[in-house]
Design a protein around this ligand. Sequence first.
Ligand code: KG4
Ligand code: ZN
Length: 327
Amino acid sequence: MKNCRQKIILAIETSCDETSISILKGMDILVMETNTQIDKHKVYGGVIPEVAARLHLEVIDQLVKKALQKAKLKITSIEYIAVTKEPGLINALHVGLIFAKTLTQLLKIPLLGINHLEGHIYSPFIDKEDKLKFPMICAIFSGGHTDLIYVEKLFKYKLIGSTKDDTIGESYDKVARMANLEYPGGPKIEEYNKIKTNLVLTRPKVDGLNFSFSGLKSQVKKNLLKNQKEEVLKAFHDCAISYLIDNIIKASNLYKTKNIAVTGGVSASPKLREDIKKTKLNCFFPEPKYCVDNAGMIGYTAYLRIKDNNYKILDLREDSHPKNSLY
Ligand code: KG4
Ligand code: ZN
């Protein structure tokens, strides 16, 4: 039998607004083809679930074809299919899952249902498996999540902090909208990072390692009425990023580990990356293309599970799920 380091895996991600396909040979991502729907959702200021599902359906087969061509592989070379099963927008997840089920039946190969958040957790270690050390604290900072997870060992998770209201990504997007900036708000707000201001926003108080952003949003709203927009956005960015980093430091002290992974769309923030470098943490970030939703991280997680012989072949009667059951 071929070593799992050589196995060809086709991975599919459709949990939100990116249709993404990757092909891996063992741990190596041979190709990744992603179609982002951002331009289609921009006009609404956020993702519309029904529109997302229809757009996945329109492009998914073409993306698979393109990926196979680029990898110079025939469809019959695929040995495993990995698909995002949860959590996410249910209609969007469904498109990927039905496509994956059909393909596995045709090819008579195993199907692995992968948790999207587990994909984010391991995304910083794609091409850097030697850096994956336990225990570790993983921060998922995205449009859908603001979670701090204690990863005791491979595939063993404990949620140690989360948001009580909006996620960090949502907060960036809502603040951007208040300031008449386009969706997604994070990169737009980052452009104001060089602005000088004396304005300081206060951090909402919550227990333990949790987060809350709704009070911060209200402060932005009030301050936009009496201050320069640029200064308010810079003050929001400073407050939000220091809040994220301080909770990571707290978690690191509490759980006595300096191994940190910061993932998800917001982990693309240059300010977050620079400011974390000033701490004494051993922090890993994904490459920019693996920060947002992508099939590379789904395939890589499938590879880790196959290698560890720690996976369940998905029963074709099983459905996708909007909620997370990993932790
Ligand atoms: O991971 P992602 O695609 O969302 C989910 O799948 O849940 O991340 C998208 C989020 C958006 O809310 C966007 O505003 C934010 O990531 N984002 C950023 C930056 N780039 C993207 N937030 C802060 N700073 C950035 N540079
Ligand atoms: Zn995500």
